[in-house]
Design a protein around this ligand. Structure first.
Ligand SMILES: [Zn+2]
Length: 231
């Protein structure tokens, strides 16, 4: 009854609720500030160009991409990928999100260690996130703790990823708020706190992801140590 273990929900539910709450906060902060035009009347594209050159990153590309809240900076092509609403909109939300992504571009150009580490373990995460649970299950079926523990270790890479993501994201937001203020992109304290509102909600989603990853890992460990105790 490995698949329908009610114990799994004891481990997973609190983190899942936190993740849902964080998603709700992001959606509401985003939708709220997307409706509020920024005082400068700048689009996300304008903001991106301005802040990139202010950071001596004029060579970083800016591209529009489909979707909602799909905005990201990709270190592989050194390009900001901005969703349509953020790129073309002239809202306060656009300012915050663009500045956050430029925060990542600055991290990249200054070789910010957590960003580099996170990039380096991506391939391991891609494998570990699905091979880990499979090996864990296999270890259980074959009654081989060694295989199951190997699965736990492989899956553990996703926890390490979520852990490194936290400083990367918080640091990008700190840089974002500082560059918005220092370059007078936010016109007043109201706009500054709106930007903070959007970025803090986003930060909570990464905390929730870390909690989810940790609780799943602990569940695996609990199953393994619990089963060996029963034997
Ligand atoms: Zn980010």
């Amino acid at each position: 009854m490995f698949f329908f273990d009610p114990l799994y929900f004891v481990f997973a539910l609190p983190a899942l609720l936190l993740a849902l709450y964080a998603q709700m906060k992001v959606q509401s902060a985003y939708n709220k500030w997307l409706q509020v035009p920024n005082r400068r009347g700048w689009s996300g594209m304008d903001t991106a160009r301005y802040l990139l050159s202010a950071n001596q990153l004029g060579d970083v590309g800016v591209k529009g991409i489909p979707g909602k809240l799909t905005d990201h900076y990709d270190p592989r092509d050194r390009t900001l990928h901005l969703s349509q609403d953020v790129a073309n909109g002239r809202s306060v939300a656009s300012l915050a999100i663009v500045a956050h992504e430029i925060g990542h571009a600055v991290q990249d150009s200054t070789n910010y260690a957590p960003l580099k580490m996170r990039g380096a373990i991506v391939p391991a995460v891609q494998v570990g996130s699905w091979v880990g649970p499979l090996m864990f299950l296999l270890g259980f079926l074959l009654r081989s703790p060694a295989i199951a523990w190997l699965g736990v270790i492989l899956f553990g890479v996703t926890f390490v990823f979520a852990l490194i993501t936290l400083p990367v994201e918080l640091n990008a937001s700190t840089r974002a708020l500082a560059m918005l203020r220092e370059n007078n992109v936010v016109a007043n304290s109201e706009e500054a706190s709106a930007a903070k509102d959007v970025l803090s909600a986003a930060a909570l989603t990464y905390i929730a992801a870390l909690a989810q990853s940790l609780m799943t890992l602990l569940y695996y460990v609990f199953l393994l140590t619990g089963s060996s105790r029963r034997r």
